[in-house]
Design a protein around this ligand. Structure first.
Ligand code: PLP
Length: 285
């Protein structure tokens, strides 16, 4: 079956699904995106993803291309046309097409909208979770508004590549005070020797992950002690457990940081329990 993409009002076979060379997403990475997990053909936490999308657009003063309900309908239709059971749907909105000029295009320039969806064999992630993943740390050299889910991801791309070249799956950004901010495409967590589940507070320094938001509820419901505070790389080295979260990885145990084993070097019990339980707290639509 050929895959279908939604581009500015049309559902097209992928090989015909193209954007204009003067799209500001292409020229300036002037756009935002969302990635939603799909389970059994339904969107996971659509409401939260759409809320974050609206905020990202608002922060960058990009016009909302259509109502959130209409965007949701396009995402669902793209999922349906691609027969996605379990996978992800990707949505991107840019400031539109205009003659190249750094300043905003003329008022009324229509934002561009692209939606794609694909199946993912989540059993691969399950197998990865059994062993856990390695992460490496890199300096956080991103701009100050990483709370906006912008398609401007060059530092994240370079960080992920650095991780790959060192045999790791993810890179953790570290700020100037030696604290971990987040992963290149995930939020970062540790469990201390005292059993505190620690993650950096949402603010300008991290993207407020939707998985992170939902997991906060799961952690509280399980009676675990949650502490939202920055943690240092040294604390992470000495942690009992570590893990990362994102819409596609859910909860993924981290077993090595910069080549040093975390805890006993095996996935932690809390990470495993949160991974198993996550979807009890997520919303399907
Ligand atoms: N942090 C960054 C930099 C990301 O790119 C992502 C996801 O792409 C996340 C965190 C996790 O966000 P979510 O749980 O909404 O997928």
């Amino acid at each position: 079956m050929s895959r279908i993409a939604y581009v500015n009002g049309r559902y097209l076979p992928r090989h015909l699904a193209t954007v204009h060379i003067e799209d500001r997403g292409y020229q300036f990475s002037d756009g935002v995106y969302e990635v939603c997990e799909v389970r059994g053909g339904r969107l996971v936490d659509e409401r939260l993803h759409m809320g974050r999308l609206a905020r990202s657009l608002d922060e960058l003063r990009i016009a909302m291309p259509m109502t959130l309900a209409a965007l949701g309908a396009v995402m669902r239709e793209t999922v349906r046309r691609n027969r996605v059971g379990d996978g992800i749907v990707y949505l991107q909105v840019t400031r539109g097409v205009a003659r190249r000029d750094h300043a905003f295009p003329p008022p009324g320039t229509a934002p561009s909208v692209v939606v794609t969806a694909r199946n993912i064999d989540f059993s691969g992630n399950e197998k990865t979770a059994v062993d856990g993943i390695a992460v490496v740390t890199v300096p956080d050299n991103r701009w100050e508004r990483v709370d906006i889910k912008s398609v401007s991801l060059l530092p994240n791309v370079l960080a992920k590549q650095a991780a790959r070249e060192q045999g790791a799956k993810e890179a953790w950004f570290v700020d100037r005070s030696g604290c971990v901010t987040e992963g290149s495409s995930t939020n970062a967590w540790i469990v201390t020797r005292d059993g505190d589940v620690v993650t950096r507070p949402a603010g300008p320094g991290i993207l407020r992950g939707i998985t992170r938001t939902v997991l906060l509820d799961a952690i509280k419901a399980q009676g675990l002690r949650l502490v939202e505070r920055p943690f240092t790389v040294e604390e992470a080295y000495a942690a009992r457990e570590a893990f990362v979260t994102s819409a596609s990885l859910i909860v993924m145990p981290v077993v090595r940081i910069d080549g040093r084993p975390v805890g006993n070097g095996a996935p932690g019990l809390i990470a495993g329990a949160l991974r198993r339980d996550f979807h009890r707290y997520a919303e399907l639509s």
